[in-house]
Design a protein around this ligand. Structure first.
Ligand code: AMP
Ligand code: PCX
Ligand code: MG
Length: 487
């Protein structure tokens, strides 16, 4: 599949064990490339994307593979130039939505890095035999890590022994000989800046404009709920490109069609509505778990409706979302005391890593590329470092964002209270009712969701089962029979 909307590489598996079968979920062109090769140290990469060859740049004894994208149309060549000058510190300079693998010499040294927020996950196995495997999905490394070494800057993946996930904003150099070293390339800002409210409003708008500008690539659709986050993104796309295409999904249980249409009309958007059943949304669970490789039930509940909606979008296109704005802006904490907001934001910003909410895998298995401008590095930096008093002001949540788009959106949209996608689509309440219908006690519904997510994780991530072969009804029956959930 060749499409300008899709990066040259969206997934990879790099190995010093020679080319072998690998089963990445991403759907696009796939090629096996030799990154380095001499005697023992051949390094082969299976690369999936719109132009896998174009994802690799070489110079001297360096080869760089770039998965995802960096600003200014910089490809792997830009990474290579920077790496040439700065070595591993190159990755502190790079903003973007990417994972990168640098192979040194004949492959006896491999450097890997992910972006500031780890939005393109990367998993590593380094065996005691000296083999190195790196992949954008943990499950393709299952079984390789039995003799895996510990690695700095990484966390072990639950259920997959020896498979390690590179932490957000980390660069790791692994030597075949055994020595390895990790460096921070970005850390969640701990400080807050004193910014005049009017200046903050202007800066938030400007920084979001820049983030959208570098990530717009046609064909592109903005997934729109009609809430402030996605409406601000749609307005920014419209301002940048002179046009915007939007899509809203609703179910037989609940929808946000009216507020989304209001925004679409205001922006003159090419707007589509997708109607589906809430049952088909819930049926995405095995796919969502397989793609996020995360068993967190809350995150999976947020992603279910998005995963279902993505199925309706044409392969080869790009999707822009408003996902994640609530994390640095503290938008999920309505009703909590103002004093606590700063602490709640600190908590949310210290727990995102590994949830893989922003992983491109959720779209790339359908041939889509997703981007989330609120988690662009500069936007995230700006939003995080603003004092909480600019985030909840005059009793209004996400005040600074609402103010920033007050002149670009209908007044009703600017003041619309937050409604999470899991609520607006009826996903949360439907799943709860299914479980109550199976006899789960009201106070045990969350526990049941967690157990079901965990069981599915064990099947599709640790167990390597195809998500399409998982019977959610059977998993639910097993969990209800096994756990004490009914009393
Ligand atoms: P939320 O923060 O819960 O509104 O959801 C995260 C993102 O998902 C939003 O910013 C939108 O980009 C997208 N989204 C939420 N609800 C819908 C919907 N009903 N239809 C299409 N996209 C949606
Ligand atoms: N969201 C939030 C993020 C969900 C919380 N994630 C976290 N704490 N890491 C958002 O869009 O910002 C909803 C549905 O609310 C998704
Ligand atoms: Mg919303």
């Amino acid at each position: 599949m060749t499409s300008d909307a899709i990066p040259a590489a969206v997934a990879c598996h790099v190995s010093t064990r020679g080319p072998g079968p690998t089963r990445l979920s991403a759907r696009a062109s796939e090629e096996t490339l030799r990154l380095a090769g001499q005697a023992r140290w051949q390094v082969d990469a299976t690369v999936v994307g719109s132009a896998p060859q174009g994802a690799v740049a070489r110079a001297g004894d360096l080869a760089v593979l770039l998965v995802g994208e960096i600003p200014d149309d910089g490809g792997p060549e830009a990474v290579l130039r920077l790496y040439h000058d700065l070595g591993p510190w190159a990755f502190s300079e790079l903003a973007g939505r990417f994972a990168a693998v640098v192979v040194h010499g004949a492959g006896e040294r491999v450097t890997v890095s992910v972006d500031h927020a780890g939005t393109v996950p990367l998993y590593v196995v380094h065996t005691w035999d000296g083999d190195i495997d790196v992949a954008t999905e943990a499950k393709v490394l299952a079984g390789l890590g039995d003799r895996g070494r510990p690695l700095p800057g990484t966390d072990e993946v639950p259920g997959l022994r020896g498979v390690r996930r590179l932490r957000a904003g980390t660069c790791l150099t692994v030597q075949a000989s055994g020595h390895s070293r990790a460096r921070d390339t970005w850390t969640v800002p701990a400080h807050r800046e004193r910014v005049d409210p009017d200046a903050a409003v202007a800066e938030v708008r400007a920084v979001l404009e820049e983030a959208v500008a570098w990530q717009v690539r046609e064909p592109m659709t903005t997934v729109l709920s009609g809430g402030i986050d996605s409406s601000a993104v749609a307005a920014t796309v419209r301002a940048h490109s002179g046009r915007v295409a939007t899509v809203t999904m609703g179910t037989d249980r609940s929808d946000e069609f009216a507020p989304a249409s209001l925004v679409a009309r205001h922006l003159g958007a090419r707007h589509t509505q997708v109607s589906t059943t809430v049952d088909s949304v819930l049926a995405e669970l095995p796919f969502v778990v397989a793609l996020t490789e995360c068993a967190d039930p809350a995150v999976n509940e947020y992603l279910l409706p998005l995963a279902r909606l993505y199925r309706e979008l044409p392969a080869g296109s790009r999707v822009m979302t408003g996902y994640g704005a609530d994390i640095p802006l503290g938008g999920m904490h309505r009703g909590q005391a103002d004093m606590a907001l700063e602490e709640l934001i600190v908590d949310d910003m210290s727990t995102f890593d590994g949830l893989n909410e922003l992983s491109p895998n959720l779209g790339s298995h359908l041939g889509l590329w997703t981007s989330h401008p609120y988690w662009d590095r500069a936007v995230l930096q700006r939003l995080t470092t603003l004092a909480a008093g600019l985030k909840r002001r005059e009793g209004i949540d996400k005040w600074v964002l609402r103010q920033a788009f007050a002149d670009a959106l209908p007044a009703e949209t600017v003041s619309r209270p937050k409604l999470g996608i899991h609520e607006g689509s009826g996903t949360t309440s439907h799943w709860s009712e299914v479980l109550l219908g199976r006899g789960v006690a009201a106070g045990r519904v969350q526990a049941a969701k967690a157990r079901i997510s965990r069981d599915i994780y064990d099947l599709v991530v640790a167990g390597g089962q195809e998500p399409g072969d998982v019977d959610l009804g059977a998993v639910t029956t097993a969990v209800v029979a096994r756990e004490e959930l009914t009393g």
